[in-house]
Design a protein around this ligand. Structure first.
Ligand code: GDP
Length: 195
């Protein structure tokens, strides 16, 4: 089956999103950091897919730096090994905090996890959708999404990236249409490439 991988910092709402998207309840919001859950086979839009929930990366309270690095290495290795089968990557971010976090972690020789992951997927030729979650907490929606595009090297305005790359959502309320639209887009593209 074609595979869709979900990556994101911990606490961005990735488990909530996957639960809402699939209707499966077994994407536990269990707080065991670094545990790659078994891929879930899943039928969606008339096709059969594997949705893989990769461990949350970045800061987690109570988890040591060394362990966090090991988790990231595991994620990178998993994606590299499965790159041929991965149809789409979904990078889940928290719309309320992502721009601040990126700016805080951008230094002379450091690149923030979210940006790094986005580029990494791109380098492997894996089309990536950024699911910008928790938009219910964002007031200046367009400005925020434009800033995020800017940080990811996507030329604003964000509307240009709607439908395939930038998908503002509220996972908690099941408001996922922009993400579903982007996923459908990539599924169709992949099918066309197969022909
Ligand atoms: P994960 O660590 O990325 O899997 O995150 P979870 O799915 O466990 O969610 C982390 C927290 O974010 C929980 O308290 C969720 O209820 C909350 N959350 C998830 N989606 C949304 C959303 O769309 N809006 C808001 N405001 N909170 C959300």
């Amino acid at each position: 089956d074609a595979e869709v991988v979900f990556v994101g910092r911990s606490n961005v709402g990735k488990s909530t999103l996957m639960r809402e998207l699939t209707g499966h309840s077994k994407f536990n919001t269990g707080k065991k950091p670094g545990v790659t859950r078994e891929p879930n086979h899943f039928d969606w839009a008339g096709e059969s897919f594997m949705f893989s929930d990769l461990p949350g990366f970045g800061f987690m309270s109570g988890v040591e730096e060394e362990r966090r690095e090991a988790i990231k290495t595991d994620i990178v290795r998993y994606i590299e090994e499965h790159a041929d089968k991965i149809l789409v990557g979904v990078l889940v971010v928290d719309g309320k905090s992502v721009v601040d976090i990126i700016d805080r972690h951008t230094g002379e020789d450091s690149i923030p996890h979210d940006v790094e992951m986005f580029y990494f997927l791109e380098e492997l030729g894996i089309p990536t959708v950024v699911a910008v979650n928790k938009m219910d907490k964002v007031d200046d929606r367009d400005e925020r999404l434009n800033d995020l595009c800017d940080r990811l090297g996507l030329y604003p305005p964000w509307e240009q990236w709607k439908g395939d790359t930038i998908a503002p959502i509220v996972a908690k309320r099941g408001q996922l249409e922009p993400l579903k639209e982007a996923l459908r887009h990539h599924f169709h593209e992949a099918k066309r490439d197969d022909l």
